[in-house]
Design a protein around this ligand. Structure first.
Ligand SMILES: O=C(O)CCC(=O)C(=O)O
Length: 417
């Protein structure tokens, strides 16, 4: 007991030192008003805490993201912690959680452990009963038995590949299929696929993942994460003009999946490091051993969760990718990096890795070279992993409600860092 008190004393001292150093840096950046508001916030002044958060938020949006002074991201996290602490003391548990999630999503790394600890504490505290229940959305939530059934059905659409053909790009499933191998050894993966830079589907390696059963249960997802705030993409896909990003609760997101109707309102939790944010979900997955091929490092672990009909346009990424299909199924088309010139990459620097060709409506006049290009494709089913080598072009369409996890890593001895 004495030791535990000693440890938490040391921890608090370290936190104080970190915060004091940050406030000194913010003062040097000219953030006097921020520092003064934070001092009042520390004494329990909610308006001052919110004002500090607003000031940091303005700094985060004062120019391009890469030009933001990193200390202001940490300052934003600090203000979020103050807002959350005061809201939580006032019994506003959900508001407190939202502030902490915003700190995790937009804030810097310095106070991450404090944000995580506060989420654990406030997240596990009982609701004060004043707040409306989490399941109040329009699509799912009123009758949890019916919802659960509807949810399970939405995971099983297009079971027969031939049925899917009418919604897939032309020529789909007519040429070369990605090879499927059952539980191959690490050595076989390296010699036959990793070193040769060839895609492969690996089956039978996810049987131990709790996620494969737990994430099929909407009530489990709501219980673990319902009140948490997540960033989502809304619209047909990221090259579409009407596309936008929003921050909503996980419960609202699940409701939107349940009531999903048209492509324009497709809500996709895409390429988000959800598992750094919601630790309980991370406990449901395992990092595949294959990601240690090449002796490099894991770069990012992202969630891709959405309804039927999400589309990620044809693009390439710089890293090795094990793409694990946890729930539902996806159609994936792959073109080798050697065909880059024929795939018409965008000229703009933001979209340099994305093709101008919309595979769902190919304009053969504008992009004649793509017509006869060879590709490989597959329908990736739940419990299967696809290895995508660096710079291979890929197009992805969900054929059901779908939850996938991508593991990106770089090899120690290559230029894909
Ligand atoms: O699942 C998707 O929609 C896209 C996945 C992807 O592009 C990736 O993992 O790199």
């Amino acid at each position: 007991m004495g030791d535990e008190t000693g440890c938490s004393g040391d921890r608090l001292e370290a936190e104080d030192t970190r915060r004091a150093a940050l406030l000194r840096q913010i003062t040097e950046e000219g953030g006097f008003a921020f520092v003064s508001s934070v001092e009042k916030a520390a004494a329990g002044d909610l308006r001052a805490a919110e004002a500090a958060r607003e000031m940091a938020w303005e700094q985060l949006h004062s120019g391009p993201w890469h030009e933001v002074v990193p200390e202001w991201r940490d300052a934003y996290a600090m203000a979020c912690l103050h807002v959350a602490e005061i809201k939580s003391l006032g019994g506003e548990r959900r508001e407190a959680l939202r502030a902490l999630d915003m700190g995790l999503i937009m804030g810097g790394p310095l106070l991450r452990a404090e944000l995580d600890a506060a989420i654990e504490r406030i997240g596990s505290a009982p609701s004060d009963g004043q707040e409306a229940p989490a399941n109040t959305g329009s699509g799912l939530g009123s009758d949890s038995g019916a919802d659960a059934r509807k949810w399970k059905e939405s995971l099983c659409t297009y079971k027969e590949p031939q049925e899917a053909l009418r919604i897939l790009p032309s020529k789909s499933l007519s040429g070369k299929s990605v090879e499927r191998r059952a539980m191959i050894s690490f050595e076989t993966f390296i010699s036959d696929y990793f070193l040769r830079q060839i895609p492969v589907i690996i089956t039978g390696c996810m049987d131990q993942w709790p996620a494969c059963t737990k994430w099929k249960d909407i009530n489990y997802l709501k219980q673990i994460a319902g009140d948490r705030t997540v960033p989502v993409e809304v619209g047909k896909n990221y090259v579409h003009t009407e596309w936008k990003q929003e921050l909503i609760t996980f419960s609202q997101f699940l409701d939107r999946i349940g009531s999903h109707k048209c492509p324009e309102s497709t809500t996709y939790l895409a390429q988000h490091p959800l598992f750094n944010q919601i630790r309980q979900l991370k406990e449901d997955i395992l990092v595949p051993d294959y990601c240690y091929a090449g002796g490099g490092e894991l770069k990012s672990l992202n969630a891709w969760f959405g309804p039927i009909g999400t589309v990620t346009p044809l693009h390439h990424d710089p890293h090795h990718n094990i793409f694990a299909q946890v729930v539902g199924r996806k159609y994936i088309r792959l073109y080798p990096s050697s065909l880059s010139d024929e795939l018409y990459p965008h000229d703009e620097s933001m979209l340099f890795n994305t093709s101008q060709v919309d595979l769902d409506h190919i304009d053969t006049k504008a992009f004649p070279k793509i017509e006869n290009l060879e590709f490989m494709d597959c329908i990736l089913d739940q419990g299967e992993m696809l290895y995508i080598p660096p710079k291979w072009w890929h197009y992805v369409r969900s054929l059901s409600t779908s939850f996938s996890v991508s593991f990106w890593w770089s090899a120690a001895t290559s230029n894909d860092k």
